[in-house]
Write a protein that binds this ligand. Structure first.
Ligand SMILES: Nc1ncnc2c1ncn2[C@@H]1O[C@H](COP(=O)(O)OP(=O)(O)OP(=O)(O)O)[C@@H](O)[C@H]1O
Length: 248
């Protein structure tokens, strides 16, 4: 099978088990959400997949190959990316300048080519396509610090996409975004490439239920259940343990 295949994954911090025997698949084109109460182990799982943390046990395969021994940068090269945090944006650079950096990085040209890059039509075309994809056209030449928080998070998502990933983990894409701007994030996720595998980790249930075709519920490091949004909304155990009956 293509895509991500996780089997029997576990992670312990000393005596604390934060991931326990996790089996998880994410094929190309998937739109999956990982939800669960605070401390359930969602970020830990994402960090195990991207290589920020190493597992205590289990296997992680991507497109048929074992990636557990690869570091984060090597996994990015294989196509596994997680959204940049806003803190990695350069606030005084424009949206366009920020987006040029990961494209150059991916092309192996590094930042020394930054000046000459403005003359490189291919790179500029790619940056413009990203700007258009995220509807950032009118803001392209404004410094990132001028943008609303929700728009900054779109730039963050565009930066990740500039790496041309085949699997993208969106780690709390709506965190801190005012509810009046959440629709920007939802629309951006809906416009991601069809063949990209997307995993959303998010507390905002409106966003989760809008974008996910499948939802995995993690409780105390273990998968409680996985199902369609409808199945999850109607699952008595989920409602009791996590949603508190808020949906459905
Ligand atoms: N580096 C670490 N050392 C020790 N314990 C850790 C470490 N990182 C996370 N933990 C613990 O692991 C558990 C899972 O944390 P994690 O951040 O993965 O949960 P989460 O589901 O992402 O939570 P939240 O929704 O609050 O972000 C928590 O009990 C946390 O305190």
């Amino acid at each position: 099978m293509q895509g991500l295949e996780v089997r029997g994954l576990s992670k312990r911090f000393g005596g604390l088990v934060v991931s326990e025997n996790i089996d998880f698949d994410l094929p190309p084109g998937a739109r999956k959400a990982l939800i669960g109460p605070n401390g359930a182990g969602k970020s830990t799982f994402a960090n195990l997949v991207t290589g920020i943390l190493s597992p205590s046990g289990g296997t992680i395969r991507f497109d048929g190959q074992d990636v557990a021994g690869l570091n984060e940068a090597q996994r990015v090269k294989r196509g596994i990316a997680k959204t940049f945090q806003i803190t990695t944006l350069f606030p005084r650079l424009t949206v366009r300048e920020n987006l040029r950096l990961p494209v150059l990085e991916r092309e192996g040209q590094g930042t020394r080519m930054f000046r000459r890059a403005s003359g490189n039509a291919e790179i500029e075309a790619e940056v413009t396509a990203l700007i258009d994809q995220f509807d950032l056209g009118p803001l392209a030449d404004r410094p990132v610090l001028d943008l609303a928080y929700g728009q900054q998070r779109l730039v963050e998502m565009a930066l990740s996409l500039a790496l041309k990933p085949r699997l993208l983990i969106l780690d709390e894409p709506a965190a801190g975004v005012p509810s009046s701007e959440t629709h920007l994030i939802i629309e951006a996720i809906e416009r991601l490439p069809d063949d990209l595998a997307v995993l959303v980790i998010e507390h905002d249930m409106d966003l989760v239920f809008r974008v996910a075709r499948s939802i995995v519920v993690l409780v105390q490091g273990r998968i409680l259940t996985e199902g369609t949004p409808e199945e999850i909304a109607n699952n008595a155990q989920v409602r009791e343990l996590y949603l508190g009956g808020a949906h459905g």
